[in-house]
Design a protein around this ligand. Sequence first.
Ligand code: ZN
Length: 280
Amino acid sequence: MKKTIRVLIAKPGLDGHDRGALVISQALRDYGMEVIYTGLRQTPEQIAAAAIQEDVDAIGLSCLSGAHNELFPEVMRLLHERGADDIIVVGGGVIPWEDIPLLESKGIKKVFTPGTPTIETAKFIEKAVNERDGISSVTAAVPPERIDHIGIAVASLDEALPFYVNQLGLTLEKIEEVPSQQVRVAFIKIGETRLELLEALTSESPIASFIQKRGQGVHHVALGVSDIQDRIHELKSNGINMIHDVPVTGAGGAQVAFMHPSSSHKVLFELCEKRKKEEV
Ligand code: ZN
């Protein structure tokens, strides 16, 4: 049996508009949560007291007045003082990106900027509460773990390699052909990351058309992931367009899939899962 998540939506501070708070309250109810709304102009003391009295799982703080940097941490301090650290607190309203790291360092789990779909907020709260309660959620998002490599399109490996190997003094790890992409690839080792120099083998290669359109240069960024199929599924459910719905075999036998740049602000991202056995 699934328990119903209880959320307190609270408006600290002096601003007199609660349309946003009412919208998120309704969205969380529609998602199946129990929502208590405090009404306008609450003090941090009133909010902390109400949250404890109502025994909520989470608090959503909404602030439009610009005083979030004082009010949100004060709510956190009071919850801590009263031994209610287990309550998940998220924030929203008109909050500039610049202020988010500070608020998150004070224990706010997540700050949602204007325009965030309400369903995202609902899903986030559900996941955070489930994690706290030790209920594993099926759709747990695992962020990429590292930059696996940066792909660079070159007209000729023979011409480009001396720069990397002789001028920069980096180590050439291996050169191989990748039939699926019609490319010849040189891997240059740099710490735990690689530079992947890509040379087109045929004029039909994606690298040939890239160079024709945009010239040589940075082509893609590869994000190292585990369970690539799960990651693809998850990104798609978040509305991201994938070029590959199913992973293909890339260099070194890695399983790779590309995201469509229209979904990622024009950067071509590759998801890359290394084959476990052949890792050297
Ligand atoms: Zn790559």
